[in-house]
Design a binder for this molecule. Structure first.
Ligand code: IDP
Ligand code: MG
Length: 153
């Protein structure tokens, strides 16, 4: 099954939204394979956001993501990258649709609560920055066949 890296960014933790945001992913039927509360170092932030180096907002992005504890989690499920991105909504809360995490909880043009891998390629480079294979648990919640039928479209 596919996996994606999700980060609840410092604003999500400071605003005590961890439970409500994780709930969205659980409600959808995605499985938590790994989870940790941590503070992202500058070195790690540079690796995570290497694609954005040189962009005008990069210094502020580095400051933001290293400014406080984050919750890093790996979610698992068929098409979970696309599903998680849809649950997150557009990049900033002012433009994200109501019903999405960013649309419901955010209004800022810089703080946006969550990070989610945007492709299979990025999830495969992002996940190992935070978790070893041993730290990711392979299990099948009792409900999983009802969320992802063995024969599906
Ligand atoms: P995404 O998180 O929706 O994939 P990206 O374009 O990949 O958005 O940007 C990564 C992160 O960089 C965003 O989540 C946001 O925190 C920050 N960012 C992107 N564009 C801007 C901007 O124009 N101003 C300030 N921060 C930005
Ligand atoms: Mg992105």
């Amino acid at each position: 099954m596919e996996r994606t890296l999700i980060i609840l960014k410092p604003d999500a933790v400071q605003r005590r939204l961890i439970g409500r945001i994780i709930q969205r992913f659980e409600d959808k039927g995605l499985t938590i394979a790994g989870m940790r509360l941590m503070r992202i170092s500058r070195e790690l932030a540079q690796k995570l956001y290497s694609a954005h180096e040189g962009k005008p907002f990069y210094p502020r992005l580095m400051e933001y993501i290293t400014s406080g504890p984050v919750v890093v989690t790996v979610l698992q499920g068929n098409r979970c990258i696309e599903i998680a991105r849809a649950l997150m909504g557009k990049t900033f809360g002012y433009e994200a649709a109501a019903g999405t995490i960013r649309g419901d909880f955010g209004a800022s043009g810089s703080f946006n609560l969550v990070h989610g891998s945007d492709s299979a390629e990025s999830s495969s480079t992002e996940i190992p920055l935070f978790f070893t294979e041993q730290e990711l648990l392979e299990y099948s919640p009792a409900s999983v066949d009802w969320v992802f039928p063995k024969v599906d479209s």
